[in-house]
Design a protein. Structure first.
Length: 498
């Protein structure tokens, strides 16, 4: 039984074919491609038509290898969207969530509606690029295409629409918008009315595992393909990654580690109360009607931006060579809060780290190794605080932490995370989102009865690396200092933290 999973991240995409047989799950990468934003003037867009082209290339390559998948599914990042006209035409390239035109709109909306009011209606973390604020910014700037818009689709919804002609909104990605009400079980009409957006744009929200059409006849005819069903999987990539967490216990904590780090646990109901609001946690939809109580952490984006900057400056360095420099740099010399708003936009990250260190009276990193060490140590220490908050909010105590996603290939980060939290880290699988995407397709077909049978198969099919905590005294001391440093309020020159 083969299925095709497209997993689109903020920097790259991949098409992975999965086979389910009596030996378990076997995967094969069919196609990998870049996903680079395009800047036109001051605006930053996703190249959605290029992504559609790459999706089609994946189908062609699958056919060339003699495979006919029983279904396919697409997962991607959240919050971003496209708009369709009444004729079903795409109205412009979707904006990138880091586009600067959305800056400040969250603060504006929070002056009009209290954070408590919005959180009680959505349970979603306050991030300045949430769809709520993107749409509000477009409306208040009199964005002309809004007059023609008739349908709202998230990125995987949109790519699925290109393949099938069926416009359907999927649950896990819909919840990332801060426009979905989990208590009522549908889009929040009051919030949409407040920002002046028609609720007629927003269709029925379907659960992961729903068949949402099949390949258009035009695509089948052009490429000689079968009428492959397209499944609305857990289309937010973190939701798919959580499906792939190889947990044996019902109570578990996970860290989906990549451009973003997302840490939390899986629950049957959202946790919407004063404490989760104060800690700025989120309650995003999961597969099987679950909710992901989690917190977004800035993640390896900061390191990736540093590496892009060094490349532009003619000082490019491989990941392996950089990690070798990290290991020889002085420990705990420069610590910072990865979630400070200073690090959200693209740009000169090394200077921003130095700026943060000047602000907090610390040593400034003066080379690549010390800058990268500051990033990885700060992430590992941040993970401890978020894990402790997750335990507090969920009323659970976790025996360790499951790490999934591409970031687990950084063995230093995995080990330092174990050192920081003082508990074992179980790392794997690396392609968690794609594997979770496949698992939902197999659940939809009846090959797995539920998510727990899928997790059992994943656990036996993919290697898991265990990291035991080390140097506890050093990391405990560093954590105490990290908490003191990150409690320092930002000054007027750097802006406010999230």
């Amino acid at each position: 039984m083969s299925v095709l999973a497209y997993d689109l991240g903020a920097g790259s995409g991949r098409a992975i074919l999965g086979h389910l047989n009596d030996r378990g799950i076997e995967t094969r990468e069919i196609h990998r491609f870049k996903n680079e934003p395009v800047k036109i003037g001051e605006r930053m867009h996703w190249d959605i038509l290029r992504l559609h082209h790459e999706v089609l290339q994946g189908l062609v390559l699958v056919k060339q290898q003699g495979e006919v998948p029983e279904s396919l599914g697409i997962d991607s990042w959240g919050v971003d969207f496209g708009l369709l006209s009444g004729h079903g035409e795409l109205l412009g390239n979707p904006y990138h969530y880091r586009d600067t035109q959305f800056s400040g709109m969250m603060d504006t909306i929070l002056r009009e509606l209290s954070a408590k009011h919005i959180f009680e209606r959505t349970g979603i973390q306050f991030l300045p690029f949430n769809t709520l604020y993107q749409l509000a910014a477009l409306k208040r700037s009199a964005f002309p295409l809004l007059r023609e818009a008739q349908r709202f689709l998230m990125i995987p919804d949109l790519l699925r629409y290109f393949l099938t002609g069926e416009a359907v909104n999927e649950f896990t990605n819909a919840t990332t918008t801060q426009l979905y009400n989990p208590v009522l079980g549908h889009w929040d009409h009051e919030l949409l009315a407040h920002i002046g957006i028609s609720d007629q744009w927003f269709g029925e929200v379907v659960m992961p595992g729903t068949t949402a059409g099949q390949l258009r006849s035009s695509i089948r005819n052009e490429f000689g393909l079968a009428p492959i069903p397209v499944i609305a999987v857990a289309e937010h990539d973190t939701a798919s990654a959580v499906v792939a967490v190889p947990a044996a216990e019902r109570s578990f904590a996970y860290l989906s580690c990549g451009t973003w780090s997302l840490m939390g646990t899986e629950l049957d109901q959202p946790v919407i109360n004063a404490k989760s609001l104060a800690l700025n946690f989120t309650n995003e939809g999961g597969a099987g009607g679950t909710y992901r109580l989690l917190k977004n952490i800035m993640g390896l984006w900061i390191l990736q931006e540093c590496m892009r900057q060094w490349e532009r400056e003619g000082q490019g360095i491989s990941y392996a060579a950089l990690l070798a420099k990290v290991e020889t740099a002085p420990p705990f010399a420069s610590l910072f809060d990865p979630d400070d708003e200073l690090f959200l936009p693209a740009g000169d990250m090394t200077e921003r780290i130095r700026q943060y260190c000047r602000r907090t009276g610390q040593r400034e990193p003066d080379d690549q190794g010390s800058a990268a060490r500051a990033i990885l140590e700060s992430l590992a220490l941040k993970y401890r605080s978020v894990l402790e908050w997750t335990e507090e909010l969920s009323g659970q105590s976790f025996s360790g932490l499951h790490m999934v996603g591409g970031g687990i290939q950084n063995q230093l980060l995995c080990q330092w995370t174990a050192n920081s939290i003082g508990k074992p880290v179980w790392a794997g699988p690396a392609e968690g989102s794609a594997i979770g995407n496949m698992a939902v397709q197999w659940i939809a077909s009846g090959a797995f009865k539920d998510i727990w049978e899928a997790r059992s198969a994943i656990r036996s099919s993919f290697p898991i690396t265990e990291y035991e905590p080390q140097f506890r005294a050093d990391w405990t001391e560093a954590y105490e200092r990290f908490m003191q440093i990150t409690a320092v309020p930002p000054d007027s020159e750097t802006g406010s933290g999230v």
